[in-house]
Write a protein of this length. Structure first.
Length: 348
C-alpha cells in the first residue's frame, strides 16, 4: 500500500507533464498554421491576385503572362525574406529577454540594431554605398557595437541590468550619430538612408534571400544547441552555476548567436522596428509564461508577414516600409507590458 500511495503523485506529475507538452505542441502547431496562412496571403492576394492553381503551375515551371514574373521575382522572395527575417528577430529578442530576465532587453532597445543603423547610414552618406555594401556595413556595425557593449558591461561578470544600461547608452550615441549624418547629407542621400532605417521588404531579391537562408542554416542550429542553458540562466547566475552551467561561457555563446541573428536580419531588410521586442513576450503569453524560441520565431514571422501585407496594401498605389507598421505596434505594446507587469506586482 505505501508503495502504491507513493506512486500516485509521481503518476499524476507525469500525466500533467504529458498534458502540458501536448498543449504546448498544439499551440505551436496553431501558430505555425497562422504563419503558413499569412505567407500564402502575401503571395496570392494584394494589388495583384493569383489563384492557387496558377501559383502551383508557376512553381511547376509554367509561364503565365505577368503572373509568373510578379510571383517569382516579387511576391515569393519578399514573403520568403519576411518569414526568415521575422524568425531571426524573434529568436534574437527571446534569447536576450530570457537570458537577461528583462522584457526590455531586445536588440532594438539595447543598441545592437542602432549600431547596424549607424554603420549602414555612415556607408550610405559618406561613401555612397548601396545594395550589398549597405547590408555588409550593417552586419559589421551590429557585431562591433555588440562586442563593445559586452566588453564594457563585463566588469565583475555580465549582470543583466548593467548590460541593458550600457546598451541603452550606446543606442543613444548611435541614434545621435545617425541624426547628425542625415542632417549633413543631401536630400536624395538622406531619403535613401531614411528608407533603409525604416526597415523594408520592397527591395527583396532571390540573391538576398539566398544569403539569408545560408546564414540561418548555420545560426539556427547553433542557437538551438546553445539554448539548452537558457532556462538555467533565467533562474539567475547563482542558480545556473549550481546546476553546473558555465555562466559566462553560456551567456557569451547565447549573446553571440542572438547578435548574429539580429545582424543578418537587419542586413537583409533593415532594422525593422519592434519585432525582436514584441515576439518573446507574446510567445510567452501564448504558452502560459513559458519561454520558447520556436514560438518566438513563429510570432516574429507572423508579425512581419502580417505587417508587410498591411504596409503593401494600406494605401493604394504606395508600398510602405514594413517598419512603419511594426513601429506603430511597439509603443502601445510597451505600455500594455508595463501595465500588466504592475498589476502582477512585477513593475518597478
Amino acid at each position: 500500500m505505501p508503495a502504491r500511495a507513493a506512486a500516485r503523485p509521481a503518476a499524476g506529475l507525469a500525466a500533467a507533464r504529458v498534458r502540458r507538452h501536448r498543449s504546448t505542441g498544439a499551440r505551436v502547431a496553431a501558430a505555425a498554421g497562422v504563419v503558413v496562412v499569412l505567407f500564402a496571403v502575401n503571395i496570392l492576394l494584394g494589388t495583384y491576385t493569383v489563384t492557387i492553381p496558377d501559383f502551383f503551375r508557376i512553381l511547376g515551371g509554367a509561364d503565365i503572362s505577368g503572373a509568373s514574373f510578379i510571383v517569382m521575382e516579387n511576391k515569393l522572395p519578399r514573403a520568403m525574406i519576411g518569414l526568415l527575417v521575422g524568425m531571426a528577430f524573434g529568436i534574437a529578442g527571446a534569447v536576450f529577454q530570457t537570458m537577461l530576465r528583462n522584457p526590455l532587453a531586445s536588440p532594438d532597445i539595447i543598441g545592437i540594431s542602432y549600431g547596424a543603423s549607424a554603420s549602414a547610414v555612415t556607408a550610405i552618406v559618406l561613401f555612397g554605398a548601396a545594395g550589398a555594401a549597405v547590408s555588409f556595413s550593417a552586419l559589421i556595425g551590429a557585431m562591433v557595437v555588440a562586442a563593445a557593449i559586452y566588453l564594457i558591461s563585463r566588469r565583475g561578470g555580465v549582470a543583466g541590468y548593467r548590460l541593458i544600461l550600457v546598451g541603452i547608452g550606446f543606442a543613444a550615441v548611435m541614434h545621435a550619430l545617425v541624426s547628425f549624418l542625415i542632417t549633413r547629407a543631401d536630400l536624395r542621400t538622406a531619403s535613401d538612408a531614411l528608407l533603409w532605417l525604416n526597415g523594408s521588404l520592397n527591395s527583396s531579391t532571390w540573391d538576398r534571400a539566398t544569403v539569408l537562408v545560408a546564414s540561418l542554416v548555420v545560426l539556427l542550429p547553433a542557437a538551438a544547441i546553445l539554448s539548452r542553458s537558457l532556462q538555467g540562466l533565467e533562474l539567475g547566475d547563482d542558480a545556473a552555476a549550481g546546476l553546473g552551467i558555465r555562466v559566462e561561457a553560456a551567456r557569451l555563446g547565447l549573446m553571440s548567436s542572438a547578435v548574429a541573428l539580429a545582424a543578418v536580419a537587419t542586413a537583409a531588410a533593415g532594422p525593422i522596428a519592434s519585432i525582436a521586442f514584441l515576439s518573446g513576450p507574446i510567445a510567452r503569453r501564448l504558452l502560459g509564461n513559458r519561454p520558447s524560441l520556436v514560438m518566438a520565431a513563429l510570432v516574429g514571422a507572423g508579425i512581419v508577414l502580417g505587417a508587410d501585407f498591411v504596409a503593401a496594401n494600406l494605401i493604394p498605389g504606395t508600398s510602405l516600409p514594413v517598419g512603419v507598421v511594426t513601429g506603430a505596434l511597439g509603443a502601445p505594446f510597451l505600455l500594455w507590458l508595463l501595465a500588466t507587469a504592475n498589476r502582477s506586482g512585477q513593475g518597478g
